[in-house]
Each structure stands twice: as C-alpha cells, then as structure tokens.
Design a protein around this ligand. Structure first.
Ligand code: A2P
Length: 325
C-alpha cells in the first residue's frame, strides 16, 4: 500500500520513506488513534523520541499491526532519539533499550542524537530543570563519544542506521571526522520561511539526508501578522494551492519533497493526516518553486531555538545556535 511513496536510500541501503508521521506532543489514546489512521492511509515512516514520552502508545499500535500480520516489520521505518538527559556514552545502550522496550521492537531503523546539548535529570521527577525552572546543563557533553556509542548500537543490531538532530554544520563536521558509520540523516527545522540552504549544502557534501521537522511552520507556535503571516495562510501559498486544487499544507510539503527533503508533518485530525500524505500525484513547476523559494526568511524564519523551552540552554557550549548554521 505504501510502496508508491518515494524513499531516500540511506548509506546502509535501507529506504526511508519521504513522508513520515511526526508525533511530537502526541500522547495516549489520541496518539494511538492518529497512528492507526496514518497506518491505514499508508504511512510507514514514524518519527518519535524518548523525550516525547509517547513511545509506549506508539508501541501498542505497532504491536497490534505487527502481531495481526497487517504489516511486516520490514515495511516500517521507525525513528527514535536519544534524549538530551542521556547525552553520555555510558547511557546510550540503556536508553535505546528502554525505547525499544516501549516501542515493542527489537531494533529501530534510525536512532538520532536528539540535540547536541547534554542535560541532567533532577532527582525529584527526572526532568532536566531545577526548582526555578532553569535547565540543568551537563557541561561535560562529549558528542564524539556519544556518537561512537551509537555506532556500537548498530554493531549490536539495535539500530539499523544512526544520525543527528538539531546539530549545526560544525558539529556535523566533527562527527563526520571521527565516525566509522556515517550519519545517515539530520533532522532539523526546515520550512518555507526557514529553508536552511547553507546547512543543506553542507549535508549534501557529506551525503547526509535531511528530514524537516515543523515542515508546515509550526502554526501553533506563531501568532502571524500582516507582514509575516502564518505560513499556511501566506497569500503566495494559498493562491498556489487554489490554482493547483490542493491545500496550502500540501503545497508546503511538496516544496520540501521536490528539494529532496524528507517531511514529518503531525496532525491530530484524520482528514489532515490523510491530506499530508497525498503529495505524489502533483508537481510544482519551476516558477511555483521559485515563488516559494523567495519566501525564505533565513535565520529570522526559525521558530525553535529552544531558549523558551529550556531556560538557560544558550549557556551550554554545544548549543546549536552559537553560529548561524
Ligand atoms: P492539527 O493537529 O489540528 O491538524 P508542524 O508539523 O509544522 O509542526 O505543524 C503541525 C501543526 O499543523 C499542528 O498543530 C496541526 O494541527 C497543523 N496541521 C497539520 N496538518 C495540517 C494541514 N494539512 N492543514 C492545516 N494544518 C495542519
């Protein structure tokens, strides 16, 4: 059913479907429902993370589909991530095993370091914050060491491929220099307002594919104004959508796909889950692509620098945004 979805071939030969289901902020029964709808539409690439705290809900649905024979493990492409509170070489094996147990899988298709910043968990609730809400930074983060521990998980058969998320170009280069197994993928914020052209070029040179999170511009995070409308409501996007008989979301996602960027939109609505997957029966022309390319706001278009979510994160030497890309 999902065979018509184009895929990116990773260095290990596995195929990563270009559209996946994003699951950030999905929980419990709602997550179970959304994932079941997505699998029914043909989604086979599922993106989660230990930090999203939804791996167990996802595992329930995967188990149901796998054990009933509705789907074979080889058809799925499951991605999860090492949480920042475990950014230490000695923690990688235990945290990946915890993720696998929750997902009810023996391996993941791709395991990413979620963020270059290392955090510490407090002893009360295990969250990386002190009593004043400041995040607890681990200044000893050794990214090269953490990555080597991920490579050992590939050797152990628990991750088919490994990669990075929220890393900047210099951090990617450092990993590239010491790695034995090439990072297969970089997951970062990419959308029409934040096209990440410079970082994409770096990754192209290293042969690292890019997966866009918040490909619709995270509409729940931004207010929008006349000068800077919510991306889904930008007149260039809406008029293109109208002319093509598509939705604004489909236009935004198709723009990324035509730039060879994988996308993981998330939605809690069944119709929108479906619509976000219907991207391969139309094409944007060169002129359409150029009109969307012109909306790039470069660094100003970035939504996530994590300073609001993790108070004080910029004090960490590995904070991604010490440099422009
Ligand atoms: P909802 O769950 O109500 O569908 P991003 O992936 O860029 O972070 O965006 C996710 C947000 O975009 C969610 O709040 C989701 O809301 C909304 N969304 C997802 N798909 C669509 C769509 N096809 N059209 C409009 N909004 C969408």
């Amino acid at each position: 059913m999902a065979s018509h979805v184009p895929a990116v071939t990773l260095p290990n030969g596995s195929k990563m479907p270009m559209v996946g289901l994003g699951t950030y902020q999905g929980h419990g029964d709602e997550m179970r429902r959304v994932l079941a709808w997505a699998l029914e539409c043909g989604y086979r690439h599922i993106d989660t993370a230990a930090a999203y705290q939804n791996e167990a809900a996802i595992g329930d649905v995967l188990h149901e589909w796998l054990s009933s024979g509705r789907i074979a493990r080889e058809e799925l492409f499951v991605v999860t991530k090492l949480p920042p509170i475990a950014n230490r070489a000695g923690d990688v094996g235990r945290f990946l095993q915890e993720s696998l147990t929750k997902l009810r899988l023996s391996y993941v298709d791709l395991y990413l370091i979620h963020d270059p910043v290392g955090l510490k968990a407090n002893s009360d609730d295990g969250r990386p914050f002190d009593s004043e809400g400041n995040c607890l930074l681990d200044f000893d983060t050794d990214l090269e060491g953490v990555y080597k521990a991920l490579e050992e998980q590939v050797d152990a058969g628990k991750a088919k491929a490994i990669g990075l998320s929220n890393f900047n170009s210099k951090q990617i280069e450092r990993i590239y220099k010491v790695c034995r197994i090439k990072p297969a993928n970089l997951q970062v914020e990419v959308h029409v307002y934040h096209q990440q052209k410079a970082l994409r070029e770096v990754c192209r040179d290293f042969g690292i594919s890019i997966c866009a999170y918040s490909p619709l511009g995270a509409p729940y995070m931004v207010k929008g104004s006349d000068e800077y409308p919510i991306l889904l409501q930008h007149p260039v996007v809406t008029s293109l959508a109208k002319r093509l008989g598509r939705t604004p979301a489909q236009v935004l996602l198709r723009f990324l796909i035509q730039n060879q960027i994988l996308v993981i939109p998330k939605s809690t609505n069944q119709e929108r889950v479906k619509e976000n997957f219907q991207l391969f029966d139309f094409e944007l022309s060169k002129e359409d692509m150029a009109s969307l390319e012109a909306l790039d706001r470069k660094g100003d278009g970035r939504i996530y620098d994590f300073k609001e979510i993790f108070k004080g994160i910029e004090k960490h030497p590995e904070w991604t945004f010490h440099i422009p890309y």
